[in-house]
Design a protein around this ligand. Structure first.
Ligand code: ATP
Ligand code: MG
Length: 486
């Protein structure tokens, strides 16, 4: 399933249909989904609206008086190719749907409507419209650094999606407080970046920011890393040594991968947090500290609590202010900006000229699900900058595993015959295969419903018997025609 794309209200969808009822139904559905809606009764009216207003997506019926949907589509393609057009077709009219895609429609929706499908298609179309409005690579004068806000950057983070804006506003509100923060999010979503932003925007910023990665420390050394040890406390403790808590005194202590702290140390951590006191390993002196604690995890702590692997009381002590970082696939419209940012950085670091990127390549990268989130994106971009000699990145410059991932997501992986060779991948090919799949599906259904009667199936599909037979041959259907009078 394609990721849900979030909707902002500054997007206007133009609904074109001669039926008032249909305009109403679609209008209500789209308004509820957060879009502004304009309507028109036919193609001519639609073009009038378009000349006056800023429209992001057009949804149009096919059959209309004066100017029909296909004619409107052609006009839009030539005058405003940046606006995606979605056609409404009756269920079963395969040929027309296919014709529509060939004529450049973004997609089609079938009557009767499936609300979720419509919302998804419109959201994707709106995303496409946004992509069409953006330049991928910043111009020379617009570079990193001072353009913080212009590039949607805050606290060194790129992205202006509603999800990220929420993160920024939490940072703003809590950075300069002593409250404990628990940052959650998949690997590579920017947890450490947020922790640093919190520190940098507090009045502790001139004190130390101490990070401890609890996953990287052998279990039996976690306690001494956190709280320090006295000389001779254990084999190897030749000298006494302060722990991270002491080092972070008056500053910020960042407990990364906090789920990895062994249970028996969790008790000691809880006490240190509650009383601001602890003893070094092997020590008798109680040490007082004043530390602001930030913890991060990519694990589901509630789940770990249920499994008895994390203490509930510690969880509540850490989870005073939760900050949940969204996975990249849930904030699709941040992807172009993050790619742009990553390209500028990688090119700078590697001393290369900033490459450009073809629309199709950017589109493909926006389709990818980014399981490794921003870290993966940065690595992919760096590899492309490093390995490609092209000044403009095409689809073929994408690393193979990304191509494979996109193929899987765009055309589905449920059919082995759809595995494409990496490198020959193209979105056109994906669309062709997607279309074939729809045709195959509709034809099978029609044949099944009519007991393999090709004549009646053709009627149901609203195509001629002859073209159905041709199509069946093309798609490799067996000829099991049960039409009596054939
Ligand atoms: N919003 C963002 N804008 C730009 N770069 C980002 C953003 N978020 C993260 N990054 C970059 O992505 C990389 C991963 O970020 P970070 O290390 O903070 O993630 P993490 O959640 O701590 O990952 P892990 O769980 O793997 O430790 C870093 O190079 C960071 O600079
Ligand atoms: Mg991290």
């Amino acid at each position: 399933m394609p990721p849900e794309v979030e909707v902002t209200t500054d997007e206007t969808v133009l609904v074109v249909d001669d039926e008032v009822n249909l305009r109403k139904v679609l209008g209500t559905l789209l308004r509820r989904a957060g879009y502004s809606v304009r309507t028109a009764g036919d193609g001519i009216e639609a073009l009038e609206v378009l000349s006056r207003e800023s429209i992001s997506v057009i949804v149009t019926d096919l059959k209309m008086p004066r100017m029909d949907g296909l004619a409107l589509l052609k006009k839009i393609r030539s005058q405003r190719p940046d606006i995606p057009v979605i056609l409404i077709t009756a269920f079963g009219t395969v040929d027309r749907a296919v014709g529509a895609i060939k004529a450049g429609a973004f997609d089609f929706i079938t009557k009767p409507f499936d609300r979720n499908e419509i919302k998804q298609i419109i959201a994707k179309a709106a995303q496409q419209y946004r992509l069409n409005q953006r330049e991928v690579i910043p111009s020379e004068e617009e570079d990193l650094g001072p353009v913080d806000h212009a590039m949607g950057q805050r606290f060194g983070m790129v992205g202006s999606s509603p999800e990220m804006n929420q993160v920024y506003s939490i940072i703003e509100r809590v950075a300069n407080t002593p409250s404990t923060i628990l940052i959650t999010g998949e690997s590579g979503t920017g947890k450490e970046l947020v922790a640093r932003a919190l520190h940098e925007n507090s009045d502790r910023k001139n004190q130390s920011f101490i990070r401890i990665n609890c996953a990287a420390i052998p279990k039996d050394l976690v306690e001494s890393e956190l709280f320090g040890h006295e000389r001779g406390a254990f084999t190897g403790a030749v000298n006494s040594k302060p722990g991270r808590f002491e080092l972070a005194n008056r500053g910020t202590l960042f407990l990364d991968e906090v789920s990895e702290i062994p249970l028996e140390i969790q008790v000691k951590l809880l006490r240190a947090l509650q009383e601001n006191q602890f003893e070094r390993v092997g020590g008798v002196r109680t040490i007082d500290v004043e530390v602001r604690l930030i913890a991060a995890t990519n694990q589901d702590l509630q789940q770990l609590i249920a499994e008895g692997r994390f203490r509930e009381d510690l969880f509540y002590r850490l989870n005073v202010v939760p900050v949940a970082l969204p996975p990249l696939r849930n904030r699709g419209h941040d992807i172009p900006a993050i790619i742009r940012h990553a390209i500028v950085r990688a090119a700078g670091r590697l001393g290369r000229a900033k490459p450009m990127m073809e629309d199709a390549t950017l589109e493909a990268l926006c389709q990818y699900s980014w399981p490794g989130n921003i870290r993966e994106l940065e690595n992919v971009v760096e590899r492309m900058v490093l390995l490609s000699d092209n000044t403009t990145f095409g689809i073929s410059d994408l690393p193979p595993e990304v191509l494979k991932g996109i193929q899987r997501e765009v055309i589905g992986n449920d059919n082995a015959s759809m595995d494409l060779e990496p490198g020959v991948f193209s979105l056109k090919e994906a669309v062709r295969q997607g279309r074939e799949r729809i045709e195959r599906e509709l034809i099978s259904r029609a044949l099944e419903e009519t007991g393999q009667n090709v004549t009646r199936a053709a009627q149901a599909l609203e195509i001629s018997r002859k073209s159905l037979q041709l199509k069946m041959k093309d798609l490799g259907f067996r000829d099991t025609d049960q039409t009596e009078d054939s």
